[in-house]
Design a protein around this ligand. Structure first.
Ligand code: UGA
Length: 439
């Protein structure tokens, strides 16, 4: 099939390359000419394991191309809208400008029978509104909503092997047509037995925000337990292991620590609350405000803990921060808990050196006031405290004996409960972590 993908950020670029891998002829369109140039040359504009290989394979097959001109989307039968929906400045609501602009500029190239498929995360009600716009300006074209559940760091795998597909389609004949077209696009995935939910627009939109809200709630639940563990001397990691054995609860997403960040969970729970308010159902989601509060409190607690281990003041103390991305295997620093903590430490007078295997370039651009190092050893040189804030494999596997040689004080704060406490303590380190007793 001939497909277009509008918006070549994280979601769109991976989707475009993955659809080409599945055998479709795909054009990715983005207004950012630099991004188009990089992607066309087989260079990933972001760090994502496996993506560059997939991109190159798809480009070499001749089935994938990129353009900054919307006209390139003409002739494709299915058009995926994959642009961002960031949080509005100074408000909780999502900024729909890019989705609206993308859909509007797509209208000019649509032919009767074309299918427009929204994949962006949008407030419930958006698809119905866009469907009216499409019906009005491009008669004969149909709109569907097909939310995306990929995780950064696993984007390729999640796109090619998703754990479910959700189609939000209109009622009647158009809905049947939309479903048939999407089944054709995803034939390989559907054929592999992937669960499929076909529903209306509102449910499809809500599946995404509900899923992210649930994940955020699960993380904040265990982090609330961590606060209680800190008050009682209990151990949140063992607690998580023990409750996680109940398969109704499950161990996944019960890792206590610095909490969630990134371009999705924080802004999605806020946009969900804002939308509930508009719908007069704000009470239903007031708990998400607490989820957000618990999450933000972890960052403050981490700074307090760093101050405590440094003897009550951060003034003039050298602090090493390992990890800056919002999660490992990503160079994404949007709402990164690690950087938030690093910045607060700096503001309280510490000399902070940050390192990250992939995100340092992005950090230097957005946070020029912090100091950066290429390696963990360099960051930790003569440090009074070392903070592990993003649990990259290379930090989890650091040798505490050798690493102990470079620091001034063997004090480690494990912000992700990711280090082997016994090993670090055996090497003479004082170990502190969120939700766990002091050694
Ligand atoms: C999230 C969802 O997991 C995806 O399903 C969704 O498609 C995506 O948002 C999106 O809306 O596009 P992502 O933001 O890539 O994916 O990252 P997650 O793996 O969900 O992690 C989010 C944050 O939670 C990270 O900062 C991570 O460190 C933190 N986290 C995760 C914890 O603090 N504890 C955990 O147990 C798990």
């Amino acid at each position: 099939m001939k497909l277009s993908v509008i918006g070549c950020g994280y979601l769109g670029a991976v989707h475009a390359a993955a659809m080409a891998e599945l055998g479709h002829e795909v054009v990715g369109v983005d207004v950012d000419a630099a991004k188009v140039e990089a992607l066309s040359a087989g260079r990933a504009p972001f760090y994502e394991p496996g993506f560059e290989d997939l991109l190159r394979r798809s480009l070499e097959s001749g089935r994938l191309s990129f353009s900054s001109d919307m006209a390139a989307a003409a002739g494709a039968g299915v058009h995926f809208v994959c642009v961002g929906t960031p949080q509005k400045r100074g408000e909780y609501a999502a900024d729909l400008r890019y989705v609206e602009d993308a859909t509007e500029s797509l209208l000019g190239v649509l032919a009767p029978g074309d299918l427009v498929v929204g994949k962006s995360t949008v407030p419930v009600g958006t698809a119905a509104r866009l469907a009216e716009m499409v019906a009005d300006k491009a008669p004969g074209a149909i709109l569907a909503w097909n939310p995306e559940f990929l995780r950064e760091g696993f984007a390729v795998q999640d796109t090619l092997h998703p754990d479910r597909l959700v189609y939000g389609v209109p009622s009647g004949k158009d809905g049947e047509t939309a479903r048939a077209r999407l089944d054709e696009v995803y034939a390989t995935i559907v054929g592999a037995g992937t669960p499929l939910v076909v529903t209306d627009y509102a449910t499809a939109e809500m599946v995404k925000t509900a899923a992210n809200s649930f994940l955020a709630t699960k993380i904040s639940f265990i982090n609330a337990m961590a606060e209680l563990c800190e008050a009682t001397g209990a151990d949140v990691k063992q607690l998580a292991d023990a409750i996680g054995h109940d398969d109704r609860i499950g161990r996944k997403f019960l890792n206590a620590g610095l909490g969630f960040g990134g371009g999705c969970l924080p802004k999605d729970i806020r946009a969900f609350m804002a939308r509930a308010g508009e719908l007069g159902a704000d009470q239903a989601l007031t708990f998400l405000r607490e989820v957000d509060n618990i999450n933000m409190r972890r960052r403050i607690r981490m700074v307090d803990l760093a101050r405590e281990v440094c003897g009550g003041s951060l003034l003039g103390k050298r602090v090493a921060v390992l990890g800056a991305a919002f999660k490992p295997d990503s160079d994404d620093i949007r709402d990164s808990p690690a950087l938030n903590v690093a910045a607060q430490l700096g503001l309280q007078g510490a000399t902070v050196r940050v390192t990250d295997p992939a995100a340092v370039d992005n950090c230097k651009r957005d946070w020029p006031q912090l100091d950066y190092a290429d390696t963990a050893e360099e960051a930790a040189e003569r440090a009074d405290a070392v903070l592990l804030l993003t649990e990259w494999k290379q930090y989890r596997e650091l040798d505490p004996v050798a690493f102990g040689q470079v620091v001034a004080q063997k004090r480690v704060l494990d912000g992700r409960n990711a280090l082997d406490r016994d090993r670090w303590e055996a090497a003479g380190w004082s170990y502190r972590a969120l939700g766990r007793r002091a050694g």
